[in-house]
Design a protein around this ligand. Structure first.
Ligand SMILES: Nc1nc2c(ncn2[C@@H]2O[C@H](COP(=O)(O)OP(=O)(O)O)[C@@H](O)[C@H]2O)c(=O)[nH]1
Ligand SMILES: [Mg+2]
Length: 220
């Protein structure tokens, strides 16, 4: 029994190693092109695509987007309508993106396009699996929305203890719900002292320009 358990651990390590190697290839390629990259992770419906639509209005063709979903091209179409190029990955069932899928998607993006500063990757909606896969991004961003409840920070530590940036979205709904913003931020900082936090409403635009300016400050 104990032997079988050990064998399972070894296999899991091997798969992650392969992903890490591919992530390093992506990171090197993007860095060589002078493109800053972010990996946006949240549960389904927290507002990832709405945030990217706002960002498409702010950055225009300075941003390209890779959309990850199990099925449909809907999010890529939304972002394209909002004003920037987008490529859709349909995972066909996988609950997260991996570095190889991103590498293939990068082949459909003109990385030499003039003024391209930012690659935004919207991961498959899920608070668990995406947190374990480096895609080669420069910045990992975890997003929680007000209707989900402030307790989710501590319930999903694999994500919120490892993100560079913690976004709280749908702040326009705070007056109607019992989400404790201070508690969510405090619990995230307890696990992750260096995390940068923004409270936003992608719907009303509150906090969005500050977030975009912060991203810009990281461009090469
Ligand atoms: N009230 C409110 N609704 C939002 C906000 N951001 C997104 N939504 C809504 O939440 C729903 C899911 O958003 P979407 O961007 O598709 O989430 P995703 O699945 O994380 O990409 C949509 O109906 C959005 O209009 C926000 O800041 N406030
Ligand atoms: Mg989406």
């Amino acid at each position: 029994m104990a032997e079988e358990k050990n064998r399972k651990v070894k296999i899991a390590e091997k798969i992650l190693d392969k992903n890490d190697l591919m992530a390093a290839v992506n990171r090197e390629l993007l860095s060589a092109k002078g493109i800053f990259s972010i990996n946006l992770i949240s549960s389904p419906g927290a507002g990832k695509t709405t945030i990217l639509e706002y960002m498409a209005g702010y950055f225009g063709p300075r941003m390209a987007v890779i959309e990850g979903d199990i099925q449909t091209r809907r999010d890529a179409e939304r972002v394209e309508r909002a004003g920037c190029p987008a490529v859709q990955i349909e995972t066909g069932g996988a609950c997260h993106l991996d570095a190889l899928a991103v590498k293939k998607a990068l082949e459909s993006i003109d990385l030499d396009a003039e003024n391209l500063d930012l690659l935004a990757i919207e991961n498959v909606g899920n608070l668990i699996c995406p947190s374990g896969y480096d895609l080669g991004e420069n910045m990992k961003i975890g997003l929680l929305s007000v209707p989900e409840g402030d307790d989710k920070v501590m319930k999903y530590p694999s994500l919120f203890s490892t993100v560079d940036v913690f976004l709280i979205n749908k702040i326009d709904l705070a007056p109607y719900l019992d989400f404790d913003v201070d508690r969510a931020i405090e619990e995230c900082r307890n696990m992750n002292p260096d995390v940068t936090v923004f409270t936003l409403s992608a719907k009303t635009g509150e906090g969005m320009d500050d977030f975009c300016i912060f991203l810009e400050s990281n461009f090469h």
